[in-house]
Ligand binder design. Structure first.
Ligand code: TV1
Ligand code: CA
Ligand code: ZN
Length: 393
């Protein structure tokens, strides 16, 4: 008998499209849309689809994409052809149009479909929220936070998050955007730099010269000119290698707790990039599935309309574990699911260990050195508390 039953008094919707998952960025490229298939297969193996409304998301229309992106950019994106020879990391072309076609943002087969499907899922999630059919909407195929109005960046071509938040703003006065991807959420931050209706908060590895994208310092809080209502509405939490669950939980709870109190958002959008997990191919942190999921738990507790997006995540087995655990938190069955992966899970050998919660030792062998002294984390909380004095709901 399944421990997962309805009703719960609130509704969770799940938005995905298998057509998105079949695209390939190139053999050695870290972004693998297939990780979405692996995640979904684990979520379904646990039986969680029975506790959610499941939707195959549609592709976003040109007009929907144009709510944020420039038509010049979209027209080019819609007509460029895949390159015959994929580039490698050393083969960066300095004069790319709209930054398309380099090694980070290659031109692959079906690129425009991939982008419009990601944005379509994000928009479907936003509309389920605004129509009050969902209290929590999940779109693991969204979360592509680096894309700019007229530029691709860091594996992201279309900023589905910005498009979804613009939709929320038609109904809600204030939206809180939180980004736990290991990279700085620069595209979303920039898009809302000049409004006080969106507060953006990104936790990320910060090392301006050695880690992408190099922005997101503690005191980058939005253009501070007299006439900019968006000043102080960008919060940045710059971190170093090796941060642990305990430290991250302390930071997240104290920072987000204060922000919700002060900013009083009407809805929360949480980008759950899974490259902040220990053992990620591109990440540098020591977070475990439990610590990553604790952020979702904390956000859910406010009882505000909530959207969960994916984002980065480059070790597919860890991505699938995190997004499965986070789906269980959304549904509210996290204490009833087995920590042992279901026997019938497809691709079960991909997971290496048969647990949903591998230890740091199982993931890494030797854990990465923690370069986040407690004193520095206290300074960060202090700075943000002072910044929030300028914010009013
Ligand atoms: C092709 C093949 C592309 C192998 C890219 C890692 C590759 C990277 C590759 C890579 C890689 C980055 C930069 C350098 C900017 C460039 C989805 C000119 C082993 C949300 C995007 C990171 C993260 C971009 C996206 C970064 C997200 N790191 N192998 N590329 N300079 N780009 O540093 O936030 O997770 O690494
Ligand atoms: Ca981030
Ligand atoms: Zn990332």
């Amino acid at each position: 008998e399944s421990a997962i039953t309805r009703p719960k008094g609130y509704n969770v919707s799940f938005h995905c499209n298998p057509d998105m998952e079949k695209h390939h960025f190139g053999m050695t490229h870290p972004m693998k849309p297939w990780r979405l298939t692996l995640s979904k297969s684990l979520i379904y193996s646990y039986g969680m689809s029975f506790a959610m409304d499941n939707y195959i998301s549609r592709a976003a229309t040109y007009e929907e994409l144009a709510s944020f992106h420039s038509t010049d950019y979209l027209d080019f994106l819609g007509t460029v052809l895949p390159e015959p020879v994929p580039r490698d990391l050393e083969n960066q072309n300095p004069d790319l149009k709209f930054n398309l076609g380099g090694s980070d943002c290659p031109l692959f087969d079906g690129l425009y479909d991939y982008c419009s499907l990601s944005a379509g899922g994000a928009l479907d999630a936003a509309r389920k929220i605004t129509s009050k059919q969902s209290d929590i909407a999940i779109a693991w195929g969204g979360g592509l936070h680096h894309a700019k109005k007229a530029e691709a960046s860091g594996f992201c071509y279309i900023n589905d998050i910005v498009i979804a938040i613009l939709e929320l703003l038609r109904f809600y006065p204030r939206v809180l955007y939180i980004d736990i991807d290991v990279h700085h959420g620069d595209g979303v931050e920039e898009a809302f730099f000049s409004t006080d209706r969106v507060m953006t908060v990104s936790f990320h590895k910060y090392d301006p010269h050695n880690f992408f994208p190099g922005t997101g310092a503690l005191d980058d809080n939005g253009p501070k000119n007299e006439h900019n209502p968006g000043a102080h509405h960008a919060v940045n939490v710059p971190l170093n290698d090796g941060i642990t669950d305990e430290q991250y939980d302390m930071l997240f709870n104290s920072i987000i707790g204060r922000i919700v109190e002060k900013f009083r958002p009407s809805a929360i959008v949480l980008q759950c990039g899974a490259d902040s997990l220990a053992g990620d191919r591109l990440g540098r942190f020591n977070l475990q599935v439990q610590g990553h999921g604790a952020c979702v738990k904390f956000c859910k507790k406010f009882g505000l309309p909530l959207i969960l997006f994916g984002g980065g995540g480059y070790t597919p087995r860890n991505v699938a574990r995190a997004w499965t655990y986070e789906t269980s938190i959304a549904v509210g069955c996290q204490d009833n699911i087995s920590p042992v992966l279901p026997q019938h899970t497809p691709w079960r050998d991909q997971f290496r260990q048969d647990t949903l919660f591998p230890t740091l030792e199982q993931i890494l062998g030797e854990p990465r050195q923690n370069r986040n002294p407690q004193k520095r984390l206290q300074e960060i909380v202090q700075h943000i508390s002072e910044q929030l004095r300028f914010v009013q709901a």
